[in-house]
Design a protein around this ligand. Sequence first.
Ligand SMILES: C[S@@+](CC[C@H](N)C(=O)[O-])C[C@H]1O[C@@H](n2cnc3c(N)ncnc32)[C@H](O)[C@@H]1O
Length: 272
Amino acid sequence: MAANCKAGVTHGVSHQSDPAPINTLTDRRKQRSSVRVVVSSREQKFDIKQVKDMERVKEKTMLLLKRYIGPVKRAGLRLWWWLRRSGRCRKLQLQAGPKLLHLGCGRINAPGYTNVDIKAFSHIHYVHGVYPLGLFNAAEFDLVYVSHVLEHFSVADVPKVLGEWFRILKPEGVLRLGVPDFPTVVSIYSNTGDIRDISGVLMGGQTDSHNYHKSVFDEKHLSELLLEVGFCEVRRWDPDAVANHDFEDTTTNVWTIGGQDYAISLNMEAVK
Ligand SMILES: C[S@@+](CC[C@H](N)C(=O)[O-])C[C@H]1O[C@@H](n2cnc3c(N)ncnc32)[C@H](O)[C@@H]1O
C-alpha cells in the first residue's frame, strides 16, 4: 500500500482490516444498512435506509397520482364533451372576440390588442421585432394593426415584411396600416420650403437604430405592394370610422404648419 494512504483506506469500498464477527440478525442488518465509500482520504456514507425511505415516498406519490389522474382526466373529458354538445364552446369563442395584434405599438396600449414592440414598455406582451414573426402561427389574427412602422424597412424588405403580416392573418383578416404620406410631405415642403418641416416624417427621428425611415409610400405604390403579396381588397380607412381604433396615434396626426393643416398619415387597409 502507498505510504501516504492511511491504514485501512483504499480507493473504492473500504474493508475494515479486522471485521468483528457478525453474530446476530440485527448485526447483519446494521452491517448491510450502510456502505462506506472511501475516496482517498475523504469519506462519504450512503445510508441505504434513507434511500429506501425515499423510494417508498416516491412509490406512494406515484400510487396517489395514478389513483387521482384517471378520474380528473375523465371529468375533464366529460366537461369538454358537455361544453361542445351544448354549444357553449362556440359561445365562449365568440365572446372572446376577434384576435387583434398591434405591431410596433410603441407607447400605445389599446384594449384587446396583443402588443409587440422592439422596445420594452410595461404593456408590451412580446418585446420582439415585427419581422419575422416566428412566434405566431399562420392564420392566427383577425386584425394586424401597424401604424408608422413599415417605412422603417428597406425597399427590398418591404414585400417580405408585408408577406409575413399576410401569413399570420386569418382568411378575410385585415391588415390595417399607417405610413407617412409622401405626397403630403412634398406638399409641406412645396409650401414652406423648409427641410426641417419634413425631415422627421421623411427620414425618422433618428434617435436610435429603430428610428430611421428607409421607404416612402403613396396610395398607388402601397396598393400595388399589398396586392402583389396576395391581399384581395385594398382601401383607405378612417380612424374615426373603423372598429377597434379608440385611441390616438400617428395615424390621427394632423400637423398645422403656416396656418395650414396636413394629415401626414396615409391610412390603408387590405383584406386577406
Ligand atoms: C414611429 S413609432 C410608431 C408608434 C405607434 N405605432 C404610433 O403610431 O404612434 C415606431 C414604433 O415601432 C417600433 N419599431 C420600429 N422598428 C421596429 C422593429 N423592427 N420591430 C419592432 N418594433 C419596431 C419602435 O420601437 C416604435 O415604438
